[in-house]
Design a protein around this ligand. Structure first.
Ligand code: DGL
Length: 287
C-alpha cells in the first residue's frame, strides 16, 4: 500500500477556510495539512479579480516550494472563481480542489424552489458564478446577495480587542442582507434554503439560524470538498496510509499577517493550540 506523508495545502484569504479544514481533518484523519491564511491581503471579496488571481498563484507556488504539498484545496470561493482555471493550467499534475456556492445541492433540498445565495461581491460578479447560475436557472428562483463587509467583520470578531463591536457589525450585516433578499420560511414563495457561498459564513451559522428560524436549511461546501479531495488523492495513489513507523499527522497554520485572529479562530473552531500558528517570514510576491 502507498503511504505519501506529504501535506495537503489549504488556503483562504483568512480564517474562512478553517471551516473547510475542519471537514478535511474529519474525512482524512491520517493526512497532514498546511493551512495558509493571506490575512495581509484580506478580504479578497472586494478586491479585483486580477489581484485575487495573482495572490492565489503566488500562494500555490509558495506552498509547493516551501512545503512540498501533494495537493491543494483552494478553500475560498472568491479565489476559486478568480483563479482555479489558471491554476489548473499552470499545475496540470497537481490534484486541485476548489469551492463554489452549492447551488446544485441546494436544489435537491429546497421544497419552495426559492433559494437564497450569499457570497462575496467578487464571487457574485465572476464569470464562473454566472455560468453556474445559468446552468440551474429555470429549476428554481435564485435570490443572490453580495455581502460586502461581512467576511471582514467575521475576521474581526475573532480578535479579542474588537470582538464586541465586530460581533454587532456581523449581526447588523446579516440582518440587512437577509432582509433585502425577501421572506424566509417554508411557505410557498418563501426562501427555504440558503447557500453559504463564502467559507467565512459557515462560522455565523448559529446567528443565521436565529435570524431565519429553524425551518431554513443552510448549505455549505466543507464536506463535499473533503470527499472530493479524498477521491482525487485515492485516484492518484497519494493517500497517506498509517504505517507503524510513520509519525502522527500534523496541522500547521501560517498567516501572511498578524497571528492573533487565526490563532483565536483555530483554537475556538478546531481546538488547535496557538503554537501551531506561525507568520510567513518572507514577502509572498505576486500582487
Ligand atoms: N472566504 C472567502 C470566500 O469563500 C473570501 C472572503 C474574503 O476574503 O472576502 O469567498
Amino acid at each position: 500500500m502507498n503511504a505519501d506523508p506529504r501535506a495537503i495545502g489549504v488556503f483562504d484569504s483568512g480564517i474562512g477556510g478553517l471551516s473547510v479544514l475542519r471537514a478535511l481533518q474529519e474525512e482524512l484523519p491520517h493526512e497532514s495539512f498546511v493551512y495558509l491564511a493571506d490575512n495581509a491581503h484580506a478580504p479578497y471579496g472586494e478586491k479585483g479579480e486580477h489581484f485575487v488571481s495573482e495572490r492565489t498563484h503566488a500562494i500555490a507556488q509558495h506552498l509547493l516550494t516551501r512545503h512540498q504539498i501533494k495537493a491543494l484545496v483552494v478553500a475560498c470561493n472568491t479565489a476559486t472563481a478568480a483563479a482555479i482555471q489558471g491554476l489548473r493550467a499552470q499545475h496540470p499534475t497537481l490534484p486541485l480542489v476548489g469551492v463554489e456556492p452549492a447551488l446544485k445541492p441546494a436544489l435537491a433540498l429546497s421544497r419552495t424552489r426559492h433559494i437564497g445565495v450569499i457570497a462575496t461581491r467578487g464571487t457574485v460578479a465572476s464569470e464562473k458564478f454566472g455560468r453556474l447560475l445559468s446552468s440551474v436557472q429555470g429549476e428554481a428562483t435564485f435570490v443572490v446577495q453580495a455581502c460586502n463587509g461581512l467576511a471582514l467583520a467575521i475576521e474581526q470578531s475573532t480578535l479579542p480587542e474588537q470582538a464586541d463591536v465586530a460581533q454587532s457589525q456581523v449581526l447588523h450585516l446579516l440582518q440587512t442582507y437577509t432582509q433585502a433578499m425577501g421572506r424566509f420560511g417554508q411557505a410557498d414563495g418563501e426562501i427555504d434554503t440558503l447557500v453559504l457561498g463564502c467559507t467565512h459564513y459557515v462560522f455565523v451559522e448559529d446567528a443565521l439560524r436565529q435570524l431565519l428560524g429553524p425551518g431554513v436549511q443552510l448549505v455549505s461546501t466543507g464536506e463535499p470538498v473533503a470527499r472530493q479531495t479524498r477521491r482525487l488523492l485515492a485516484a492518484a495513489g497519494l493517500l497517506n496510509s498509517p504505517t507503524p513507523d510513520a509519525g502522527p499527522a500534523s496541522t500547521q497554520l501560517w498567516t501572511t499577517g498578524e497571528r492573533t485572529g487565526l490563532q483565536a479562530a483555530a483554537q475556538r473552531w478546531l481546538g488547535l493550540p496557538p503554537e501551531v500558528c506561525r507568520a510567513v517570514d518572507e514577502a509572498l510576491s505576486g500582487a
